[in-house]
Design a protein around this ligand. Structure first.
Ligand SMILES: C[S@@+](CC[C@H](N)C(=O)[O-])C[C@H]1O[C@@H](n2cnc3c(N)ncnc32)[C@H](O)[C@@H]1O
Length: 369
């Protein structure tokens, strides 16, 4: 089962079964053997791809959204651009390059920074962003007071979740126990006051996942921001969307672009993720002093930001091929059954929430031309 699996088995033997959330925390972030600490591999040669891996169009469009937000803040002479959970660092790289090319007014006073917990990811980020003056921190609080834009692409889904099940005897929580050296699910009375989080309409036998860790993290970002915006991009849905799944859970693991069949097999060797409950995230954000500024599918947001802008057809064949490959990357970013169905959610603090171009407003205060 691997070194981490053996350590988890030993931990369970001495202290009893652990919650699925504790298991997921260890599998992803154990300081010695967690997936993100030691092995995470993002990109076409790795375990999974994110929008940033499909080329610079995603970063370029986000740069337009970010520069709009900067304009809405009143074009501050000095402002922070903070990415939380930056993976390989290529989204921040593409975003900064696009700002440099197209918005010299905004980029002049920008102070870029990354909030990242994984030393392995930080190493990759510093390679992608070599030569740039950037600050790194493991918690947003270290960068406070943040005035500007904070964004996180596919990070909320990487927080540990508690798994609850409605049974005839009441709500039970999935714990991880061991049987003959293998990790197995066991049901227990919920560890905290989590039972109240399970919506009434979850059917008997149905699963409900909840992430106090993700909610606490959102509150920590809100606490570090004094004015500006927080933008999350991720898969998941509102509570009502998640309830239409007939009680099936959303936890899944990926290795080498394949779904792994058993999330309890070989912890630390593969990614683990769960769909984001954006209703809970909004509640946490608003509870921590942020104002909701809008939400839409990634497809709608990228189209509103002009990702399909017309460009002249190149005359040289190789350039035509490059243009075709860029177009197919954009199709993938907009795919309503794939990345295009991701959700983009924006919150504000001491900044306007109206007329945001990314959510379809036609009169942006600072278009990227
Ligand atoms: C799924 S990856 C997404 C990477 C990148 N944003 C992208 O789009 O390619 C999740 C990233 O979030 C980082 N992460 C996880 N928990 C975090 C936390 N509490 N604070 C900061 N970063 C975190 C991981 O180390 C990893 O870099």
């Amino acid at each position: 089962m691997g070194k981490l699996g053996d350590r988890i088995v030993a931990r369970i033997r001495s202290g009893g079964a652990i919650t699925f959330a504790d298991y997921m925390e260890a599998a992803l972030y154990d300081p010695e053997d967690g997936y993100y600490t030691t092995r995470a591999s993002i990109g076409f040669d790795g375990d999974y791809v994110t929008s940033a891996d499909l080329g610079p169009a995603f970063g370029k469009s986000l740069a337009r959204g970010v520069s709009d937000l900067w304009s809405h803040m009143g074009r501050p002479a000095v402002w922070d651009l903070v990415e939380a959970g930056a993976g390989r660092g290529i989204l921040m790289r593409d975003l900064l390059s696009a700002l440099e090319r197209e918005r010299s007014d905004a980029v002049r006073g920008v102070r870029p920074a990354i909030v990242e917990v994984s030393p392995r990811m930080r190493g990759q980020q510093s390679l992608a962003l070599e030569g740039r003056d950037l600050r790194w921190a493991s918690v947003a609080h270290s960068l406070a007071p943040i005035k500007g834009v904070l964004f996180a692409n596919e990070v909320l889904d990487a927080f540990p979740v508690h798994v609850l099940i409605r049974t005839p005897e009441g709500v039970r929580e999935v714990f991880v126990g061991e049987q003959s050296g293998a990790l197995v699910e066991v049901l227990r009375v919920p560890s905290q006051d989590l039972r109240w989080r399970v919506p009434e309409s979850v059917p008997l036998g149905g699963r409900w996942e909840t992430s106090p860790a993700a909610e606490g993290w959102v509150a920590s970002l809100a606490g570090a921001l004094v004015s500006g915006y927080v933008v999350f991009v991720d898969y998941g849905g509102e509570e009502t969307d998640l309830l239409t799944r007939d009680g099936a859970g959303t936890i899944r693991g990926f290795a080498g672009h394949r779904l792994i069949s058993d999330p309890l097999a070989e912890p630390g060797r593969h990614d683990l993720t769960a769909s984001v409950d954006f209703t809970a995230i909004r509640r946490a954000a608003e509870g921590a002093g942020l104002r909701f500024a809008g939400s839409a599918m990634q497809r709608e947001v990228l189209l509103a930001l002009g990702i399909r802008e017309a460009t002249a057809r190149p005359s040289i064949p190789i350039e035509q091929l490059r243009a075709a490959s860029r177009r197919s990357a954009i199709d993938a970013l907009l795919d309503p059954n794939g990345l295009g169905a991701f959700r983009v959610v924006c919150f504000a603090k001491d900044a306007p929430t109206e007329s945001l171009r990314m959510f379809g407003a036609t009169s942006a205060t600072g278009s990227m031309r």
